[in-house]
Design a protein around this ligand. Structure first.
Ligand code: FAD
Length: 486
């Protein structure tokens, strides 16, 4: 039976390994950290922050076909709240609520109706938005000559200030994690095409009902082991030897692993450190992909201030706020009991899953057992800012006070809410920097070695650095391995 080595247990590595395992090919999955999931992970309750934290929002979309395929394979598809038809709500400075709510109609009429009835944009801006979006209805996209970046596209299609502030700029940040001045319009167009011009359900937004660590990590490991594969955690690869048809990977424990084929599903900085100096031109560019950050501020407030799963903060640096009470259906019992000392997650894995899977409706926002057990209300919010190299350099108190100010300016109910706990997470290398330049440097799946393949959100998928890009790259690598082995 052939043996495949997969290095890296993020979504790309998990997609590749589980696809191979499903096809009856045994895999050894080598991961340097203590769990699978890669850049989509949770931090368990630690220090003074009494609840788990997700390092990022990690929104899923209905058009994430490869991600959903992988989650379905490992039995994790029921773990979402689906916002279908797509609905977005923003709060403006001063506290007004505005929204864009798509209709239960076939695409793209669902969006056309949503735009037409939206109170988030003036009529004139809606017409220019509709015209601009229609450029991506069919391939090849209709772009004026010379338009290469998102910023150039917004200027060329005369997008108004509110459509930029509420739609285009946060969309570009969330999807591509770079500013419109840098982002190639073709990349954003690919996403708009997939989201709005296929099936209506492609634009549904999925918010995980579990912290990310619980969503996939254990299920993927169990799936692989049941199929006869092995997951080796804390086994970071330290040396890579590549020959014409053989390879060896030496890991932290000193073991050397070999097999019939190798999939390297690790970020460009790690791969650059391992790849031999063999003259492959693409490899010379691994270290030039750049890094773009995402910064999140997580707070527990003394009273509820919002009920939506997520809220856009119009004109704010923290573009989105996620409501973890609603996302994770926590009613505050146990998990929110603050004894003032760090404590382990009080619900065992199985019990927590059973509870979450049993309820898909948001729980009441009232917390019980908070503080001294006086039944005080609370709210757990996570603020997120994309393309945030500027924020990543700021200190925690500055970030907390910015997030707080931006919220209270827009949600009057937050004015007298106390911050009971806070935590800042900075992902300095959340994604590569997708620009016109790096677009040309994204490497293919196939390397010059016939049995060595690359995967990862930064490889040449045509998609942004997202879970879907990662899973697509993993599936493609698995297909190439199967073709090679057969
Ligand atoms: C804060 C944040 C928010 C995000 N929000 C979203 C979102 O809302 N929606 C979305 O679709 N995407 C989002 N993303 C992007 C998404 O998380 C990534 O695109 C995706 O997780 C990348 O997966 P990957 O497998 O390509 O890489 P990774 O997740 O980086 O996986 C690589 C794995 O390789 C391991 N590794 C590295 N070096 C070695 C070595 N030498 N030996 C062994 N193992 C090694 C790493 O530990 C890691 O587990 C977000 C990312 C961040 C950071």
């Amino acid at each position: 039976m052939p043996k495949v080595i997969v290095v890296g247990g993020g979504y790309a590595g998990m997609a590749a390994s589980t696809a191979l395992a499903e096809a009856g090919i045994a895999v050894d999955l080598l991961e340097s950290r203590g769990s699978l999931g890669g850049r989509a992970y949770s931090i368990p309750p630690s220090g003074p922050f009494p609840v788990p934290v997700d390092n990022g929002p990690h929104l899923f979309m209905g058009c994430y076909a490869e991600t959903l395929r992988m989650l379905h394979r490992i039995g994790a598809t029921d773990a979402f709240h689906w916002i279908d038809p797509l609905a977005l709500t923003w709060r403006t400075p001063g506290g007004k609520k505005v929204s864009l709510k798509c209709a239960p109609l076939p695409a793209p009429f669902h969006l056309a109706w949503g735009l037409f009835t939206s109170n988030a944009f003036p009529f004139k801006e809606k017409t220019s938005m509709a015209r601009a979006l229609s450029a991506f209805s069919k391939k090849p996209f209709r772009l004026s000559p010379g338009v290469q970046t998102v910023a150039q596209f917004l200027d060329a299609t005369a997008q108004g200030p509110l459509s930029r502030e509420r739609f285009w700029v946060p969309l570009c940040g969330s999807v591509m994690n770079v500013s419109p001045a840098v982002a190639p319009i073709g990349g954003l167009g690919e996403v708009l095409h997939r989201v709005f011009f296929g099936n209506r359900r492609d634009s549904a937004m999925g918010v995980a009902r579990l912290p990310l660590g619980d969503l996939v990590s254990e299920k993927a490991r169990r799936y692989l082991e049941e199929k006869g594969s092995r997951v080796l955690l804390h086994e970071g690869v330290q040396e890579l030897t590549l020959n014409e048809k053989t390879f060896g990977v030496k890991t932290r424990s000193g073991a050397v692993w070999t097999g019939d084929a190798l999939v390297l599903a690790i970020p460009p900085s790690s791969l650059s450190a391992l790849w031999p100096r063999d003259g492959w031109e693409a490899a010379a560019h691994f270290s030039q992909m750049g890094k773009s950050s995402i910064v999140s501020v997580h707070v527990i407030l003394s009273k509820p201030v919002m009920g939506e799963h997520l809220l856009g903060l119009s004109g704010a640096r923290f573009e989105w706020v996620f409501n973890r009470n609603a996302n994770w259906a926590w009613n505050g019992k146990g998990l929110f009991k603050n004894t003032g000392t760090p404590h382990p997650d009080p619900l065992p894995q199985g019990e927590r899953e059973a509870r979450f899977n049993a309820s898909s409706t948001p729980s009441p926002l009232r917390g019980e057992g908070w503080g001294e057990g006086d039944g005080k209300d609370f709210q757990y919010l996570s603020f997120t800012a994309s393309a945030a190299d500027d924020l990543a350099r700021q200190k925690d108190p500055e970030l907390l006070s910015l997030a707080r100010r931006e919220l209270t300016d827009r949600c009057p109910a937050a004015k007298d809410a106390q911050v009971l706990h806070s935590k800042v997470t900075r992902e300095m290398a959340a994604t590569f920097v997708w620009s016109g330049e790096t677009e040309r440097l994204r490497p293919p799946c196939q390397t010059p070695y016939p049995n060595v393949f690359l995967a990862g959100d930064w490889t040449n998928t045509g998609l942004p650095a997202t879970l879907e890009g990662a899973c697509l790259s993993g599936r493609r690598a698995a297909e190439k391995v199967r073709a090679y082995l057969s």
